[in-house]
Design a protein around this ligand. Structure first.
Ligand SMILES: [Zn+2]
Length: 337
């Protein structure tokens, strides 16, 4: 059990589809594929759109998040022979010993809390242990690097969506800063993926716990603004945090071509040379991305990444650090045990 993946969108794929299950489905990640891929733990993101035209007028991100959490627990409960939900590192180790995989509940959109610390605390009580402050909408807490908020013209809208200019001006709001302090106190990991560059620096200044960028790559190798600049990587190192390599072809290369495990290993090698192996993990983004241009079609392909790292001379110890130990270190520092 060597793989800890900090981000997937599989629960989103199951929403409004009672005919498919977490155990086995036609998507990029299910429990059978995780077994084949030698998984220890999967972080299941509740990906909640902050604004949604599709869901109609009475749409509420808070309510939608609860619907997703209900589906998450129903799926996990049905498959207790293979996987158990965890909120502590002790439980992860217990599952490991009994040969079961672990599931960690995470949220991708801090706006589900509607700016309320009370709701944040209640999400923690429901088992949420990691949360991005934003997705691609500005919200009560912060500004993202890509902003999908409706604009007055179609042209403006497209420009914002395709932005290659990071948000360096607007960081965290006052409420966002309170959230960082409260997430630190509770032991909920702050996930800086999607957050604007200015917001990332605000979090790094304020957080007294290690943070993650659960599904982002290196901007030096691919210019997408969802990736981390060298300076951001340096700050992440000082913070003790971890970046989870995202397999999305658009985040791996600027070229329109198929992406191989070797391309992913390039990002791993680059980040290792910049800030050290202690700060690298995995954040597949499975079921949130297309695998059309991807050699790594689904979770069962993960041993190919391990083989590629071995081929490049990474030691067993280094592979285990990248595979799961680095992320577990951040979990432990945040959860307390
Ligand atoms: Zn994402």
């Amino acid at each position: 059990m060597r793989i800890l993946d900090m981000h997937c969108d599989t629960i989103m794929e199951l929403m409004d589809r009672e005919d498919i299950s977490l155990r086995k489905n036609g998507g990029m990640l299910d429990l059978e594929k995780m077994r084949q891929g030698d998984y220890l733990l999967q972080c299941f993101a509740m990906f909640v759109p902050y604004l949604s035209r599709k869901e109609g007028e009475n749409y509420s991100p808070f309510r939608y998040c609860h619907r997703m959490i209900d589906r998450y627990y129903r799926e996990i409960e049905k498959n207790a022979d293979l996987i158990r939900p965890v909120t502590t590192v002790r439980e992860i180790r217990e599952n490991m010993l009994s040969g079961r995989m672990s599931a960690l509940l995470t949220v991708e959109e801090g706006g589900v809390c509607l700016g309320s610390l009370e709701l944040l605390r209640n999400f923690y009580r429901l088992g949420v242990r990691m949360m991005t402050l934003t997705w691609n909408f500005k919200n009560e807490l912060a500004y993202p690097n890509i902003d999908y908020t409706p604009k007055s013209s179609e042209e403006e809208q497209q420009t914002a969506r395709n932005s290659r200019v990071p948000e360096t001006e607007h960081g965290l709001t006052e409420t966002g800063k309170e959230f960082v302090r409260e997430m630190n106190r509770l032991g909920m990991i702050i996930d800086c993926s999607h957050l604007g560059d200015a917001g990332f620096y605000d979090v790094i200044r304020l957080s007294d716990k290690p943070v993650v960028c659960s599904h982002s790559c290196a901007r030096a190798l691919c210019g997408h603004v969802r990736n981390m600049t060298d300076d951001m990587l340096d700050r992440l190192k000082e913070n003790g945090g971890v970046v989870g390599i995202n397999y999305c072809p658009d985040f791996v290369t600027d070229e329109q071509r198929p992406v191989t495990v070797s391309d992913l290993a390039d990002h791993i090698e680059y980040i290792r040379s910049r800030i050290g192996v202690e700060h690298i993990g995995f954040g597949s983004d499975f079921d949130g991305i297309s695998n059309e241009r991807l050699e790594l079609k689904d979770a069962s392909f993960m041993p190919r990444v391990i083989e590629e790292l071995e081929r490049r001379g990474f030691s067993d110890r280094e592979i285990d650090m990248i595979g799961y130990e680095n992320a577990l270190r951040v979990f432990e520092k945040n959860f307390g045990c």
